[in-house]
Design a protein around this ligand. Sequence first.
Ligand code: NDP
Length: 241
Amino acid sequence: MSERVALVTGGTRGIGAAIARSLKDAGYKVAASYAGNDEKARAFSDQTGIPTYKFDVADHDACTNAVAQIEADLGPVDVLVNNAGITWDAPFHKMGPDAWTKVIETDLSSAYNMTHAVWAGMRERGFGRVINISSINGQKGQFTQANYSAAKAGLLGFTKALAAEGARKGITVNAICPGYIDTDMMKAVKQEVLDAIVAQIPVGRLGQADEIARGVLFLAADDAGFVTGSTLTINGGQYMD
Ligand code: NDP
């Protein structure tokens, strides 16, 4: 494989870090972005040799500038993994506009910001892979996650619309819906809630970040050009759409 360039947002921790590592191991030149946890980013970069870039994926101009910098450093982005995301849970009657807007901007508008920055180049070169990390909770909805479920469901519509637009230009656009994966994000979940979640997963455990990375590798491959507009569900059988 020629050395393609891959950019993973939120690529310094959790699922994103596993994706970035797997892509590097497979021969891609990889850049990983993050929001503010410099310590984790430095440790990740020292360990993997993957360069990291700090910017807010919710900020359109910051994304445009960061992509320009990454492309100057590594070359044009061939594979974009829109992975960065946050939760801000609350029952809807207590969900203020900050919780709504922050999650929609970080988890959904970010995909617009990042994809828009690489799209023209992918069209010109006749090749691109965009992989959006959605969630099981975007497929089925989740109590106290009206904001997150809306953002993640929005990513699925975004994926299908862009897949249609990219199809004749050699660009595929796909989504992955992870189930519950053992990362920092899950550390925010109370133990009794976690036990109840695991009880609902037919395979009887949380997923591992590497299991999502395997899906990304498949969708990113040069020979996956006929797979577009799809949603790859990786959830231990918890939700079968
Ligand atoms: P983590 O919380 O472990 O890591 C999140 C990463 O995203 C970090 O690198 C973080 O940077 C970065 N990030 C967060 N906000 C921003 C921002 N505004 N700008 C740039 N980078 C940002 O998350 P996970 O690995 O658990 O989740 C990754 C993705 O997978 C998310 O989209 C999540 O919604 C999705 N997902 C996760 C599931 C799970 O069970 N864990 C289940 C289903 C979907 P920093 O380190 O600087 O904070």
